[in-house]
Design a protein around this ligand. Structure first.
Ligand SMILES: [Zn+2]
Length: 286
C-alpha cells in the first residue's frame, strides 16, 4: 500500500474546513463575492468583508490571509473559479493574527503543506491560535478571538521578503492593531507597466474592554506605523478589510480603467486611521 502511505504523508488533497467561528459581524463579512483581478497577477479571492489575495508567480501561487475559518471554502472556490489549483499554493502570508484574517489559514496549510509567513511577533499567536496577553483584543480566561492553530509558521524579518519563483513579497512591520502586524508589498506587472502593490495591515484601535491604546504604547506604535505606510511606494492600496480601500465602490467604477490604481492610496489610508485613533484617544480621556 505505498500509494496510500504517500497520500497520508502529503495531507488531504481537498480542503477540510475547520469549525466555523461565530461573531456578530461574521455572517456579513463572510458573504461570498466574485473573485476578480486587481491588477496583473494579483487577484482578490476573499469575501464581502474580509480580504484574501492570490499572487500568481512563475513557480506557484502565494495566498495572503485566509479570512474566518468558514471563509476557507469560499476562498478555495474563488481560486478554482479563476482557473487556478489551490494545491499550487507555495506560501501563505498573514497580515495579523486575529480570527478574521488567520481563521481559514490552518485548512489551507493542511491541504497545501505550504509554509506560513508572518512577523516574528506574530508567530506564537498563529501557532497556538490563541491571543497573547498583550493583544488589545485579549480577554483573560476566555476563548474569545481564538482560531484554528496553524502549523509550519515561519518568521520574516522587517524588510525581508518571501520569494516564490521570481516574485518577492516584502514584509514591512506595522505594529499597533496587534504587536505582530505586517504590511506586505510586491510589484505587479502587466503589459510593460509595473505597479507597487501595498497590502497595508489594519491600523484600527479595536480592543476588548479595559485596554488603553494610549497607556499601553500601542497608539504610539500605530502613529509610527501609519507614517511608514504613508511613505511606501504605493500605486495600489489593499488591506485586510475591503472597506479600508473602498473595494465595493471601486468595483463599480471598473469601466473607467483600473480604479485600484491611484496615487495617494497609502497617504489617505494613513490619514484616515490617524483620524480614527484621535477619536479613540479622546474616548480614552488621554
Ligand atoms: Zn484584527
Amino acid at each position: 500500500m505505498p500509494s496510500l502511505f504517500l497520500l497520508a504523508a502529503c495531507g488531504p488533497r481537498e480542503l477540510e474546513p475547520d469549525a466555523a467561528y461565530v461573531c456578530d459581524r461574521c455572517e456579513d463579512w463572510n458573504e461570498p463575492i466574485e473573485a476578480f483581478r486587481v491588477h496583473g497577477k494579483t487577484w482578490y479571492v476573499g469575501t464581502n468583508g474580509l480580504s484574501s489575495l492570490l499572487v500568481e508567480t512563475d513557480a506557484g501561487l502565494i495566498l495572503i490571509d485566509g479570512g474566518l475559518a468558514q471563509s476557507a471554502e469560499l476562498i478555495d472556490a474563488s481560486i478554482r473559479e479563476l482557473g487556478f489549483d489551490p494545491l499550487d499554493i507555495k506560501a501563505i502570508l498573514v497580515s495579523h493574527a486575529h480570527f478574521d484574517h488567520a481563521g481559514g489559514v490552518a485548512a489551507f496549510q493542511r491541504m497545501t503543506r505550504a509554509d506560513v509567513y508572518t512577523s516574528e511577533a506574530g508567530v506564537e499567536t498563529l501557532t497556538s491560535g490563541r491571543l497573547s496577553e498583550g493583544d488589545p483584543q485579549y480577554v483573560a480566561d476566555s476563548d474569545a478571538g481564538s482560531f484554528p492553530a496553524i502549523e509550519n509558521v515561519a518568521a520574516v524579518g522587517d524588510g525581508e521578503s518571501v520569494a516564490v519563483g521570481s516574485t518577492n513579497v516584502r514584509a514591512i512591520y506595522t505594529p499597533g492593531h496587534t504587536a505582530g502586524s505586517v504590511t506586505w508589498t510586491w510589484e505587479s506587472c502587466a503589459m510593460n507597466t509595473c505597479y507597487d502593490v501595498v497590502y497595508a495591515d489594519s491600523l484600527t484601535a479595536v480592543s476588548a474592554p479595559g485596554f488603553s491604546f494610549g497607556a499601553s504604547g500601542a497608539a504610539d506604535r500605530m502613529i509610527e506605523s501609519a507614517g511608514i505606510i504613508a511613505d511606501l511606494d504605493c500605486d495600489i492600496l489593499l488591506s485586510p478589510h475591503p472597506f479600508f480601500f473602498g473595494m465595493h465602490d471601486k468595483l463599480e467604477r471598473r469601466e473607467e480603467g483600473n480604479p485600484f490604481v491611484g496615487e495617494f492610496g497609502c497617504v489617505f489610508y494613513a490619514e484616515t486611521v490617524l483620524g480614527w485613533l484621535e477619536q479613540r484617544l479622546d474616548a480614552e480621556g488621554r
